[in-house]
Design a protein around this ligand. Sequence first.
Ligand code: 5GP
Ligand code: MN
Length: 500
Amino acid sequence: MKIAVEGCAHGELEKIYDTIKCLEERENIKVDLLLCCGDFQTSRNEEDLRCMAVPPKYYDLCSFYKYYSGEKIAPILTVLIGGNHEASNYLQELPYGGWVAPRIYYMGYAGVINVGGVKIGGISGIYKKGDFMKGHFEICPYDNSTKRSVYHIRNLEIFRLKQVTEPIDIFLSHDWPTNVTDYGNKEQLIRFKPHFKDDIEMRKLGSKPCEDLLNTLKPKYWFSAHLHCKFAALIPHQNETVTKFLALDKCLPKRRFLQVFDVPHDENEEIKINYDLEWLTILMTTNHLLSVKPETNSMPGPYSDERNCFKPTEEEKNIILSKLSNNLTVPENFVQTMKPYDVNSSNKVQLEQPGPLQNPQTTYLCKLLNIDDPIELILKNNDQNFSESNLSLKTNHSSSNVVNSDCDLEETSDEPSFINDTIVEDSPPQTKRSILCLPEPKNDSNDLFFIDTEPSSCDNSWKRKSQESVDVKDEIVSCKPDQKKFKRRNFNIYGSGDNS
Ligand code: 5GP
Ligand code: MN
């Protein structure tokens, strides 16, 4: 199966599909799946834009809304994770994943799916120490603080992903795992991005929890974005396997934002999105660990009295399988929950952020697995709090003056103060946990290198709004070294020691 991977999309979906189409024609190939590594910007309309953490000058709908409205249909099955520039209100409707448009699937806060027998895992957002231990307390309309904290990754998702035992083929994260720079051409990276030098030396470029995940899951491939450059690395593991890491740039002319590669897949399997049985089981057995409060939400550590290992047992997986009537296909149950942007609408009054919505896709999955929709929990809590004391939960977390450094497209803003920095695994949970009636668990890889193509002949397909014509640099990866003669920029990395 041929998979195209894309760095930061920044709303330019139409351009990405155009570039792939052109590449397919030029190389005589068919791309089966597109993976997008965040900053996707699923804004359905102008209200959604106001939920995105960017200064107003970047409120640009670009092209996603056309795929949401049905004006266009995604030509390739597309899978995305979230980054730090998202219509967070829309993504929050789908905490466990779902269709943001027909044929465009979001993986949720974290997730694992199967596509044609290839197991793909992913985590949305970026790491910020001060928010890591909190619950998913944010709800729209956001203030300046929650507009940013909403996309900061949480310990719950890392804990859940660490319970996965079946081998992951591909993993996606928006920010890079820390220290991947040790296993690639660091000097070249620093020459290209000198402002990364200090962070690299201090070992804080990227996400520590993602490094931890990379070393636990040891996927065959790990793709990231966010730092706006291409960088490849081969990360060895103690069990002698390696993870091929590749970071890609953002979708801009002359930038290396796209890579195509071949992955062996099960020819008998249709290329469609399937639930991963192990992942759904983990979602079910860890539901009681979900918190929607801004206070520290500790995960059970090795010395807890409560269950701390959620590696699914056969018995637990069978419970889920029977709930799904043995059918793991993700239903094509996309529905619009908000009106898409209307070009003809003359209603250009002062626009506000919309309120929270519950998405029927989430309601369906939550009912099936008997798990909670975080948005529903917050709304219930807010109702309760309102009737009890006329106070909303929102007042707990908005005062601070730490300057945010999440991104490029940023204005100076307030960020929550970093009070709860220390990770205390065994401190008593503040969230009330339900008693689970599930039993404790009993005891419980292809030759490839990346090749760069010559400057693309796709140039004509890329016309900016200003009508300037630009050339697009695209990339191809193949698992067959003799397949095509391209310039082999990363051959040294990917061509050796790579057969295990
Ligand atoms: P975004 O597109 O998310 O707004 O911005 C990403 C940009 O933020 C990157 O181009 C990169 O320069 C910067 N950035 C993100 N994380 C880090 C980091 O950990 N260290 C440094 N030096 N820059 C970062
Ligand atoms: Mn980003």
